[in-house]
Design a protein around this ligand. Structure first.
Ligand code: NOJ
Length: 556
């Protein structure tokens, strides 16, 4: 079903300015009471999401999966995981969301599949030399008996990137590559069958009305087929160039082919990449006109709460995107990083995720104040914005999840040294005074799959709905205003105001809109004669000063 009027003007394509809300299904809403969120839970909350004022929903992988990495280990792309529902429910969800004006983005994982995927199971039973093994990276081990992994690559989650399998007769056999968990064997993109299959998966979901895909670990699918070790001179973080598996030139062929698929629909589908790259030019290469439409801005996510650094990252972002004509994106939280209320409440606000900072004290009141200011900043910058579920409730990172409840492979593969990402994945609090806070229905048989803090009684949708100045109300008001203001909604020109004080971000969009963010520790005088449209915090009594850690939208 088509959503709004189709536009043939590329400047008006929805993904260029959309606000996209990330739904982590497991933790969004549990309709059947087993303690795990599901599609029925999401469907029941679609009116809430439409009312919040977002334009699109991005779903983390909802496919059949043993959940070794929370669904990023896909066993079958054409089935919904039974814990979440089934295909007909996904189809109903897409249709209902469209009817409410919400677009749908699904997550596609090209780098790897689950070790339970039919292809990998066949590769195991077919044995060395088989065509089934050619779809993956099987190699004999080094050492006299092949007892050492084929090279020195490390898994992103810790430990070696190789696991040895027995031969079909039970004797120790070859090793397979997994850049993530052992349950996530890497696909061999030099094999035409892999390319065809993933393109067919795209069509499968596009044909069901999905409006775009988020591309997981998008820089990693292409490998140097020689699979060279880094050796003594290099490491994975200080690698040779070209890198044997990150951002290789031939990875772009994949996305050029995907773009043809996306463009083959009457209303083109959006490709949105998870592209973690420090080099702005290499990053922008993924956004060339025949590749992806947008990519997550992790430089912005990792930027400390500091005016100078933010100004630089905004300038660098816009400069990197301009030559390829792609829209910038603004994102502060997702399912992989520490919630930004916590980050912004720490002394060191610089890192999206840092195991070293896990126990650092966080002033949550300060973090919340800054998160509110950051929301108005993000929504005023040119491009599209990504929101992670629960940020509209001001949720903070849950840092005290007991070891026995943790589920993230980062935790297990580091022997517990890295607490992992569970703290940002705790089920949402919707209502009531105690867990499960309306996440699961009354009479649920299962507790929420990760424990919710009792202190979230103040952060439920219900509690926040009742307070005029709550963060949830701010999200609603800001999103609705952004839709109404042509300078924000469209591609109105962006520019800094020259006279800005050092610790002030001061910019305009078009002729009519101005945004100021005070990142200093003292109030800053507002410009004369401007009309206040929205403030992220209470203003000074005179209304003439902008308090610290506060953003205002002004009509210039
Ligand atoms: C990036 C995803 O966002 C993350 O959650 C996942 O663990 C890895 N890719 C591997 O798929």
């Amino acid at each position: 079903m088509a959503v709004r009027t189709r536009s043939t003007d590329p400047a008006e394509h929805w993904w260029r300015t959309a606000v996209i809300y990330q739904v982590y299904v497991r933790s969004f809403a549990d309709a059947n009471g087993d303690g795990v969120g599901d599609l029925a839970g999401v469907r029941a909350k679609l009116p809430y999401l439409a009312g919040l004022g977002v334009d699109a929903l991005w779903f983390n992988p909802w496919y059949a999966s043993p959940m070794a990495d929370a669904g990023y280990d896909v066993a079958d792309y054409r089935r919904i995981d039974p814990a979440f529902g089934d295909l007909s429910e996904a189809e109903a969800l897409i249709e209902e969301a469209h009817a409410l004006g919400l677009r749908i983005i699904v997550d596609i994982v090209p780098n790897h599949v689950s070790d339970r995927h039919a292809w990998f199971q066949e590769a195991l039973t077919s044995g060395p030399g088989s065509a089934a093994r050619e779809l993956f990276w099987f190699r004999p081990g080094r050492g006299a008996d092949g007892e050492l992994p084929p090279n020195d690559w490390k898994s992103e989650f810790g430990g070696p990137a190789w696991t040895r399998v027995p031969n079909p007769d039970g004797t120790p056999g070859s090793w397979y590559l997994h850049l993530f968990a052992a349950e996530q064997p890497d696909l061999n993109w030099n094999n035409a069958k892999v390319r065809e299959e993933l393109e067919s998966v795209l069509r499968f979901w596009f044909d069901r009305g999905v409006d775009g895909v988020r591309i997981d670990s998008a820089t990693m699918p292409a490998k140097d087929p020689a699979l060279p070790s880094f050796g003594p001179d290099f490491t994975q973080s200080a690698p040779p160039k070209p890198h044997p598996f990150v951002d290789r030139d031939d990875v772009h062929e994949i996305y050029r082919a995907w773009r043809l698929v996306a463009d083959s629909y009457p209303e083109p589908k959006a490709l949105i990449g998870e592209v973690w790259l420090a080099d702005p030019e290499r990053f922008a290469a993924y956004l060339r006109p025949d590749e992806m439409h947008a990519a997550f801005n992790f430089d912005y996510l990792n930027c400390p709460w500091d005016a100078g650094r933010l100004r630089t990252v905004v300038d660098e972002t816009l400069a990197a995107h301009a030559p390829v004509g792609a829209p910038a994106t603004w994102v502060l939280s997702n399912h992989d990083v520490t919630r930004h209320v916590t980050r912004y409440g720490r002394a060191d606000t610089s890192m999206g995720r840092s195991p070293q900072l896990h126990d650092a004290p966080a002033d949550l009141a300060l973090g919340t104040r800054r998160a509110r200011a950051a929301l108005l900043l993000n929504l005023a910058l040119p491009g599209s914005c990504y929101l992670y579920q629960g940020e509209e409730f001001g949720l903070w990172e849950v840092s005290d999840i007991p070891a026995e409840a943790r589920q993230d492979p980062f935790f297990f593969r580091s022997g517990g040294a890295d607490p992992g990402r569970d703290g940002c994945r705790v089920p949402l609090p919707w209502a009531g005074q105690a867990p499960p806070f309306g996440f699961s229905p009354i009479g649920a048989t299962g507790a929420p799959w990760l424990p919710q803090p009792a202190a979230w009684a103040t952060q439920t949708a219900e509690a926040l709905d009742g307070q005029p100045n709550s963060i949830l109300r701010l999200y609603r008001t800001a999103l609705s205003l952004r839709r109404q203001l042509p300078d924000l909604r469209g591609g109105a020109e962006f520019g800094w105001t020259e006279t800005a004080a050092d610790e002030l971000l001061d910019f305009h969009r078009g002729d009519g809109f101005r945004c100021l963010v005070n990142l200093s520790a003292h109030p800053i005088r507002l410009p004369e004669g401007a009309e206040l449209l929205l403030a992220s915090a209470e203003m000074s009594e005179s209304g003439r000063d902008l308090p610290p850690d506060t953003t205002v939208w002004l009509r210039a």
